[in-house]
Design a protein around this ligand. Structure first.
Ligand SMILES: Nc1nc2c(ncn2[C@@H]2O[C@H](COP(=O)(O)OP(=O)(O)OP(=O)(O)O)[C@@H](O)[C@H]2O)c(=O)[nH]1
Ligand SMILES: [Mg+2]
Length: 460
């Protein structure tokens, strides 16, 4: 997909609400002819004489034929999302009506919008920068409170303004050093090398922090990976099903039922968790099961959280202690979950309570005490981290640019250490500026733009 200049100046149309039947649907137009062409098919007031930000009742007609009774909202350039003339037509939500209206406008010379074209126009007209435009897409796709918050912060410019400010300071140094290049004979120093070093070190700290926030951002977007692990028959699949309220995984009394990883998302208190049911951990001669077991072990290493499940009806405390020891060495936070309280061996619960007071006792089969388990899961992921208004990088493209920025910043420092000549320092600074600019869109190629906006849906 590419956009040429003439395409950027015509008037576009798309359905802005989801496909399918609803009470109402909103069709949006943007471009110089949006109001004029709408007026030519609208019966009611003369829309071309109306002030911006007003709503008008009337009918859309194809010749004499009434297609629908509608409400038309008018936004006059530049006071609109795209900074162009924008019209939003609220029709009744039938796909027949929507198609009739779209066809009518296309016959009148309006072009169907490409995916993300409304947002792209907003970006091209300076409504917001690229990082913010991408946040619009994240916002549309956000399905939990925390991912919504992260996208909202980014769209409001939290992320961008931080980058902008650092970039401005660095530009200042770049210009000073470039100036020195013009005075090489004189041996002057407009830009203090000590100040430059301090700025670069500060920049590095911010960039490092943003890079680190990416892991957290990823978790917010894709869910906290939470592995349910334990011996065969501990009740792992039963627990997954109970949490999901759905028979997702096969449950049976045969040890070694689950072989593949089975996963699904659950929203707990506004945070998305990705629960992963695994093959029971044991030595096995079954080739397929062995592959499952080794996948489980891999998955445990990369998890944010492990639920270590064991069976109260078939428990060996020595074995449990050995497993807990292994988990402690793995370094991933874990919860000790004792399952099958409904058929626990005598005394075992009291013994466990004194040995491991933090054990959570549940019955996955009878869905007992699951609320307690959920609460402990939430506690463990340290919600404060998720709820801060802090800047969080959630976008792979930004992460990439930040990593490259870090490299070039480190190059500046190495250059300063080795007292390289000015033109080398200037070059490294320019490189850092370039990568920082990539994030906010000051430096873009058409390919990059097309790539970003194509990820939107039509009508956005
Ligand atoms: N009484 C009782 N039985 C349970 C409970 N939870 C699970 N079970 C039973 O324990 C057996 C094993 O359950 P699964 O969920 O398949 O166990 P698993 O850990 O997934 O086993 P693998 O996939 O083989 O590793 C099944 O017969 C379940 O019905 C419980 O809380 N109480
Ligand atoms: Mg299973």
């Amino acid at each position: 997909m590419s956009f040429n200049l003439s395409e950027r100046n015509d008037t576009i149309i798309a359905l802005a609400t989801p496909q399918g039947v609803g009470a109402i649907a909103v069709i949006r137009l943007s471009g110089p002819d949006a109001i004029k062409v709408t007026n030519s098919v609208f019966h009611g007031k003369n829309l071309e004489n109306q002030p911006s930000h007003t709503i008008h009742f009337g009918t859309i007609r194809d010749g004499d034929r009434i297609i629908d009774e509608v409400l038309v909202s008018i936004f006059i350039a530049p006071k609109s999302f795209t900074k162009e003339n924008v019209v939003e037509i609220s029709t009744h939500g039938s796909s027949y009506i929507i198609n009739q209206v779209l066809k009518l406008f296309i016959r009148k010379g309006i072009r169907p919008a490409k995916p993300g074209e409304f947002t792209q126009r907003a970006f091209l007209h300076g409504q917001f920068d690229l990082a913010q435009a991408e946040a619009v897409s994240d916002l549309i796709h956000a399905d939990s409170e925390t991912s919504h918050q992260a996208a909202l912060n980014q769209m409001r410019g939290g992320f961008s303004s931080e980058i902008q400010e650092l970039r401005t300071q660095l530009i200042h140094f770049a210009s000073m050093i470039e100036l020195e290049l013009d005075f090489t004979e004189e041996d002057v120093e407009f830009a203090s090398r000590a100040d430059l070093r301090r700025l670069v070190e500060r920049l590095l700290r911010v960039v490092e922090e943003l890079i680190m926030s990416f892991d957290l951002g990823n978790v917010i977007k894709n869910g906290v990976p939470t592995v349910i692990a334990g011996k065969p028959n501990a009740g792992k699949s039963t627990l997954l099903n109970a949490l999901l309220n759905e028979e997702k995984a096969i449950v049976s009394e045969i040890a070694g039922t689950t072989r593949d990883l089975i996963e699904d998302e659950i929203n707990l208190g506004g945070v998305i968790f990705r629960f992963i049911d695994t093959a029971g951990l044991r030595e096995t001669t079954d080739v397929i099961e062995a592959i499952g077991v080794s996948r489980t072990q891999e998955k445990m290493k990369t998890a944010s959280l492990i639920l270590y499940l064991f069976d109260l009806s078939d428990t060996d405390l020595v074995e449990i202690n050995r497993d807990i020891n292994k988990l402690e060495n793995l370094g991933v936070p874990f919860l000790k979950v004792a399952n099958k309280t409904d058929k626990a061996k005598p005394n075992i619960i009291n013994e466990l309570k004194s040995m491991h007071p933090d054990t959570i006792f549940i019955s996955a089969g009878k869905k007992e005490n699951l609320e307690d388990l959920k609460a402990r899961v939430l506690e463990l992921v340290n919600l404060d981290k998720f709820r801060t208004g802090n800047t969080i990088v959630t976008n792979v493209r930004h992460y990439d640019s930040l990593v490259k920025t870090r490299e070039s910043l480190l190059d500046i420092l190495t250059g300063l250490d080795n007292q390289v000549t000015n033109d080398f320092v200037a070059m490294d600074i320019r490189r850092s500026l370039y990568y920082l600019g990539e994030i906010t869109g000051e430096i873009t190629t058409d390919d990059l733009l097309a790539n970003i906006f194509s990820k939107f849906c039509i009508g956005k």
